[in-house]
Design a protein around this ligand. Structure first.
Ligand code: ADP
Length: 503
């Protein structure tokens, strides 16, 4: 184990738009706290910088207090003051930035989806770096995530390195290449980046139109670029890269796919306080007790204890295979199972469509659609369900299939991205038996999905002993951050060593 302050203990700062459980929209939030905690456990000094959103879960922060210092930061030709708050989330020290800017950037009652997101997050990226610069911290690694903080990479090397703040190396993780942060080139100037210098095909100009592309900028300017699974890292080198494939190929030497882990403290059925009864692989009584409890809570039929319950917890966006999720509801009903969907959609017509399906099944006590975000309920559904579907069109990593397995819910997933790296088909004889942990399908159509779900139902009904062993095996798989955090540690150490050598 490395100790902070020793030659092998690194000072790592994550700059991000989300962190679980204080400000969570999706998997990015889980990664910041999960990876952060794992690196901290390995002896590194880990700090996080987040916006101070009005809508965050303030009760998840310990010792929240405002610092005496005010950080002045550049934006659109002026300087603006920023209050800096500190607190601890999940044992990790966090800086929260509260801009004193008339745009009230983080007082919007939501995290994303504002007309000026580009401005909001370029502002935040600039203050985050300004805070590090003014604090005089000797940071080894600045790790930024997704387009919202991708500005950090060019800002660091084009602005702050020139001021002598250059000891750190930049790691950028793209959690989803669907979101690249593009804007008219002149918008780059808001945060002090030089438009003329950066609006070039080998720097930040988008590969297919005249706008600038922030994720491209981070690929070009970072020392390390990662994405969240090895299969997705392959996929984005072709069409999956959504226009950035050539940029990734040019920078392939610094690009690697590392599978996310899950936070095994948060997601632990033997200690989970959201569950009716805690349980473990060796004592599955609690799993059926949670199923009974959820059925009661959602007023579902409980006539048949062994009627399989299929779960799905997701953002309802096209990426997640909404047409297959819709189909799965009908297919599960046809197969005589029960289905619980927990999901909400930022896309109004998808939200409406699922509200329509929910109405249609209102009087069917085997189907429940809960169209909202609800952390507590998500824990209950992972625990109560027997199977868990993730029929994504593409999936950079996906966390729910891993969480499901930890809770003994067998995944039925499409073979893509991180799903392909974490779920191995139970019937695939080319894979060693000890790795087979779920049911997969390749073609993104109803037949493909049906073949996997039907096989799962068959085992469940006809071979209950085999099913039980599969459940127990899945619960014992190590999805912790340990292995993946070691991979990050390794690439950080190599980048830091190069930085020391250069100095
Ligand atoms: P993505 O980041 O694309 O949304 P992931 O599978 O990586 O997908 O992570 C999703 C995370 O968000 C998981 O922790 C999942 O449990 C959680 N989640 C998604 N939708 C909901 C919801 N409606 N209510 C509660 N938690 C949700």
């Amino acid at each position: 184990m490395a100790l902070p302050g020793t030659s092998s203990g690194l000072h790592i700062v994550h700059i991000a738009a989300e962190m679980a459980p204080v400000a969570k929209v999706g998997g990015l939030a889980d990664v910041i706290s999960g990876l952060g905690k794992a690196l901290q456990k390995k002896g590194h000094l880990v700090e996080i910088i987040l916006p101070k959103y009005d809508c965050m879960q303030h009760n998840q922060i310990n010792n929240l207090k405002v610092l005496d210092v005010v950080v002045q930061s550049y934006f659109e030709g002026n300087t603006f003051a920023n209050k800096i708050w500190t607190g601890t989330v999940e044992g990790l020290p966090v800086y929260f930035i509260e801009p004193q800017h008339p745009g009230k950037f983080f007082w919007r009652a939501q995290y994303y989806g504002e007309h000026d997101d580009f401005k909001r997050f370029s502002y935040f990226s600039r203050v985050a770096l300004e805070l590090l610069y003014q604090s005089g911290k000797k940071v080894d690694i600045i790790h930024c995530h997704d387009w919202q903080t991708a500005f950090v990479a060019p800002l660091y090397w084009d602005v702050y390195a020139n001021l002598g703040f250059n000891s750190a190396r930049i790691c950028f993780t793209c959690h989803n290449f669907e979101y690249q942060g593009t804007a008219p080139a002149q918008d780059l100037a808001y945060c002090g980046l030089d438009v003329e210098h950066l609006d070039r095909p080998d720097r930040m100009r988008d590969n297919s139109h005249g706008r600038i592309n922030v994720v491209k900028g981070a690929i070009v300017y970072s020392n390390i670029v990662t994405t969240v699974s090895p299969t997705y890292a392959q996929e984005v080198r072709s069409e999956g890269g959504r226009g950035l494939q050539d940029t990734l190929k040019i920078h392939s030497k610094k690009f690697v796919g590392i599978l996310n882990g899950i936070d095994t403290d948060t997601w632990n059925p033997s200690t989970d306080r959201f569950l009716k009864v805690q349980y473990s692989a060796n004592d599955l009584y609690g799993k059926s007790a949670n199923k009974a409890s959820l059925r009661k809570q959602l007023k579902m039929s409980s006539a048949n204890a062994s009627q399989p319950l299929v779960g799905c917890i997701t953002r309802l966006v096209p990426q997640k295979g909404v047409h297959l999720i819709r189909h799965a509801i009908y297919k599960t009903a046809e197969l005589g199972g029960q289905f619980v969907l927990l999901g909400s959609s930022p896309v109004p017509n998808i939200q409406r469509e699922f509200e329509g399906i929910a109405d249609q099944f209102q009087n069917n006590n085997n189907i429940r659609l809960l169209l909202k975000y609800d952390d507590a309920l998500s824990h209950m559904i992972f625990a109560a369900s027997d199977m868990f579907i993730v029929p994504s069109m593409f999936e950079p990593c996906g966390l729910t299939q891993m969480i499901a397995m930890r809770y003994g819910s067998v995944p039925v997933v499409r073979k893509t991205g991180g799903l392909n790296d974490s779920v191995f088909d139970f019937d695939d004889e080319t894979i060693p038996m000890e790795l087979r942990n779920g049911f997969t399908f390749l073609k993104a159509d109803e037949q493909g999905f049906d073949s996997a779900l039907e096989r799962a139902f068959n085992y469940y009904h006809r071979k209950p002993e085999v099913w039980k062993q599969l459940v127990q095996k899945d619960m014992k798989i190590d999805f912790s951050w340990d292995t993946s955090a070691s991979q990050y540690e390794d690439i950080y150490q190599r980048a830091a060593a190069r930085a020391r050598a250069a100095a």
